[in-house]
Design a protein around this ligand. Structure first.
Ligand code: 5AD
Ligand code: SF4
Length: 483
């Protein structure tokens, strides 16, 4: 694990550890520079930011936690909804003041807004030096160096179609070295009519399974116990280096890694949730009993207009099949309200689907027209006020369901992976295999332990518990305690 060190610097956990990374990239003139990264959006962006940080750290730079201390400011943007985009612009506005005081600062803008806007960002925002698309994150150190060496301001937003080099990763865990994300594929070919992702992240590209396995193996050897596989559409994974090797095969291969206690993935598309994938649940020990399966709408008419490729009934059948196999599987989802043409009956259909499925939790959004997408050219028929009303009604229903589901866990014993706690070691926080947060009290030194916790109280967004007598040793082989 590498610690950047120094006042106000941030810890970056990297595998392999620092001593094995003695040869730095050789980007001259970067040593000792301080960088600050701010990230908007999804876990893919979080992962890209870790990669950018890794790359800059390799060039000898130090990460800091305040923009005012930095020589390099990186903004990793999200354009999934207009609000996310606006947040990035507002931050860049603040960076304009910093740059006004210190013109030598390099401001680099990455992520989906960078990809979408390209050079026009340079024209509109004089404080921006470098614009780079998501396929170029690993080149960040060279971009900064080029600008610092007196080069012109520039944008690099070409998309990669025939290589996955940019997705290759040295294996980066969270700062505590307990959990890690591994990108297995990127891009999306589904073209849901509201979604900007296929335009900014490009077509589906899968990483070779050999390099994935190697990355995950290195992470577990370094002590990582939980791996989350990332991709816009993970069930479309298709190994380029082994014919017929699909996502369920990858899950099986990774589950066999010694030391891996928990395996998760996000996000999967309902239409691609195959029988083979459903069968992985309950049969692969580390595979956690949780699936994030975006439904988006409970109305067949709206689902067709969204180009989702499934009906409500087909979705419900997949959930039933999943629950037949693993009755206590947690299901979370995404929902959009106010899609163009959504009538009140369509919205009622969404609420009804929620009552049938009873999601454990739900991310819900007002429809937001996005550039290049088909839905952006549809007439908006639902007013902002009505979108907000529907959103609140949906969220109220979900709050009730989440609370009821969490209360139903009271009295149960669940395996909790302890992620962190308060400084004095009194208050601890961990997660169940179903990805629910559990708060409990306990002695110091519990971080990274797997404990059995008795659930005392189910709240809306978390559980409260007490450590049970019988707790689990982290070195034991993976088992489901509830069995
Ligand atoms: N408007 C509103 N929500 C959107 N999402 C994606 N695009 C849009 C949009 N244009 C939501 C979907 C997706 C989640 C990541 O963001 O629910 O699953
Ligand atoms: Fe966007 Fe649809 Fe692809 Fe998900 S499946 S990333 S919503 S286009």
């Amino acid at each position: 694990m590498q610690t950047a060190g120094g006042p106000g610097t941030i810890e970056v956990a990297v595998c392999p550890p620092r001593k094995e990374r003695s040869t730095e990239t050789g980007v001259d003139g970067m040593k000792g520079l301080r960088f600050y990264i701010e990230t908007f959006g999804c876990q893919m962006n979080e992962q890209d930011s870790l990669r950018a940080g890794y790359q800059l750290a390799r060039a000898g730079c130090l990460q800091v936690d305040s923009p005012a201390e930095a020589d390099i400011l990186v903004v990793n943007t999200c354009s999934i909804r207009r609000k996310a985009e606006e947040k990035a612009y507002s931050l860049l506005g603040r960076f304009r003041n910093l740059k006004g005081r210190r013109p030598d600062i390099v401001v680099a803008v990455g992520g989906c807004v960078a990809q979408q806007e390209g050079e026009s960002l340079l024209e509109r925002l004089p404080q921006v030096d470098v614009v780079f698309g998501p396929h170029h994150v690993s080149e960040i150190d060279r971009f900064v160096e080029r600008r610092r060496a007196g080069g012109e301001r520039f944008a690099v937003v070409s998309q990669k179609t025939d290589s996955v080099d940019d997705l290759e990763c040295p294996g980066i865990s969270d700062p505590k070295g307990l959990k890690a994300f591994v990108t297995i594929m990127e891009g999306c070919d589904n073209f849901c009519s509201y979604c900007v992702v296929p335009f900014v992240r490009g077509r589906e590209r899968s990483r070779p399974y050999h390099s994935l396995l190697e990355e995950a193996r290195r992470l577990t050897e370094q002590g990582v116990r939980e791996v989350t596989l990332l991709g816009q559409n993970v069930n479309a994974y298709c190994a380029p280096d082994r014919q017929g090797f699909r996502f369920p095969d990858l899950l099986a291969a990774l589950s066999a890694l010694p030391g891996l206690r928990r395996l998760r993935f996000t996000t999967s598309h309902p239409k691609d949730l195959s029988r083979a994938l459903i069968e992985c649940f309950g049969s692969l020990g580390p595979l956690c009993e949780h699936i994030h399966l975006p439904l988006q709408s409970g109305s067949d008419r709206v689902l067709a207009a969204m180009n989702r490729g499934y009906t409500r009934t087909a979705y419900l059948e997949k959930i039933s099949a999943l629950r037949e196999r693993v009755p206590d599987v947690a299901v979370t989802s995404d929902m959009i309200v106010g899609f163009p043409g959504e009538e009140i009956e369509d919205f009622e259909g969404t609420l009804e689907a929620m009552r049938i499925v009873r999601f454990d939790s739900l991310y819900s959004f007002k429809f937001s027209p996005r550039p290049s997408t088909r839905a952006a050219s549809l007439e908006e028929t639902v007013s902002e006020v009505e979108k907000l009303r529907r959103l609140h009604e949906l969220q109220d229903l979900q709050k009730r369901i989440s609370l009821e589901k969490n209360r139903a866990l009271e009295g149960k014993f669940l395996e909790v992976f302890v992620e962190g706690g308060s400084r004095d070691g009194e208050q601890w926080m961990g997660r169940t295999r179903t990805n629910k947060i559990v708060n409990f009290t306990g002695p110091a030194g519990l971080e990274g332990r797997f404990l059995q916790v008795a659930i005392r109280e189910g709240c809306q967004n978390s559980l409260r518990g007490a450590i049970a007598e019988r707790s689990v040793n982290p070195e034991e082989s993976p088992t489901r305690l509830s069995e």
